[in-house]
Design a protein around this ligand. Structure first.
Ligand code: NAP
Length: 306
């Protein structure tokens, strides 16, 4: 059976688009399969300050558009459809099933990234979209001039809290320890921001509200005191999980569900590669995702031509 494509790239985030740029420039017939729009995590990131080449920073959405245009320029085809499985993954012609139709390819580059974790507390699902949010860039504007909360103490929490502080009246970080995990420069920026407050050593036990979120039950882990804390919105940034459920019985995954690869992005299955946030040992940095995507593309080209 002839394959439709030399390479099917699953996911059009930074890793997938970088891979597509390199495969098309290597004259590999390329299809990029993406569930939503191109850009992945870039679409929900406001300002990017640590991607080389942009000394004044760049908006995530603008960089997503630029990356997509650059990949399309060299002939990558994009299809907007959800990947639901892969058949004949060990065979020379592999079939990617989507909710729309099947695509056959000689190589597959997996770049399906991941999504922000939920807290898993009462009221979270019920009030999601009604005050509980996982995307400050998408939902921050609804809470202009109000008091909001960010849960988490990592880089994502600090970045998104900083973005929110430009819109809302105050941002209170609720963090389960009394020191932050975030990079020092992001910590310093938060400590110097007069709109920012901290509830140290606290966890949310329940989100509450009738029509919409208006308060949460929080617990002080040092004193065991439990009390209601008012808020117009809660933005949750407590880590990240890879989008790899559809690969569970097909590929080697680590305990967190990330795809195991060698240093050249090869998985244990010939002509199947993984890159970006879905990959084990990813540093979850934009520049690293781009590098992963390029390495995966070069490995695919090499394996197909040798
Ligand atoms: P993260 O670094 O894993 O931080 C998650 C935060 O949530 C931690 O502070 C953690 O607390 C807290 N947390 C986890 N589970 C919790 C729970 N059940 N209840 C309450 N709090 C909980 O995740 P991230 O911030 O999404 O960052 C992930 C990776 O992306 C990192 O490598 C980061 O450097 C990278 N990233 C970088 C940038 C940037 O460079 N500007 C921006 C975003 C992300 P503990 O600290 O107590 O564990």
């Amino acid at each position: 059976m002839e394959a439709d494509y030399d390479v099917a790239i699953l996911g059009a985030g930074a890793a997938g688009l970088a891979a597509g740029l390199y495969t098309t420039r290597a004259m590999m017939k390329t299809v990029i399969l993406e569930q939503l729009g191109p850009g992945g995590q870039l679409l929900i990131t406001d300002e990017i300050e640590n991607y080389p080449g942009f000394p004044d920073g760049i908006k995530g959405q603008e960089l997503a558009i630029r990356m997509d245009q650059q990949t399309a320029r060299f002939g990558a085809e994009s299809e907007y459809t959800e990947v639901i499985g892969i058949e004949d993954i060990e065979k020379p012609v592999k079939t990617v099933h989507t909710d729309d139709r099947d695509f056959t390819a000689k190589t597959i580059i997996i770049a399906t990234g991941g999504a922000h974790n939920k807290l898993g507390v009462a009221g979270e699902d019920m009030l999601a979209g009604r005050g509980v949010s996982y995307c400050a860039v998408c939902d921050g504007n609804f809470f202009r001039g109000q008091d909001v909360v960010v849960v988490g103490g990592g880089d994502s929490a600090m970045d998104e809290g900083h973005y929110l502080s430009g819109i809302v009246k105050s941002v209170t970080f609720i963090h389960r320890r009394d020191e932050l995990r975030a990079t020092k420069v992001l910590q310093e920026r938060a400590f110097g921001n007069e709109k920012v407050k901290f509830l140290w050593s606290h966890v949310v036990e329940e989100f509450r509200g009738d029509e919409a979120l208006d308060r949460a039950l929080v617990k002080n882990l040092k004193t065991d005191e439990v009390y209601e804390f008012p808020m117009a919105a809660a933005f949750i940034y407590v880590g990240f999980h890879p989008n790899t459920d559809y690969l569970k019985d097909l590929l080697e995954l680590d305990a967190g569900g990330h795809i195991c690869t060698d240093i050249n992005m090869r998985t244990v299955i010939p002509r199947v590669y993984a890159c970006g946030d879905a990959r084990a040992q990813s540093t979850r940095q934009l520049g690293a995702a781009v590098g992963d995507g390029i390495t995966a593309a070069l490995s695919a080209y090499h394996d197909l031509n040798n």
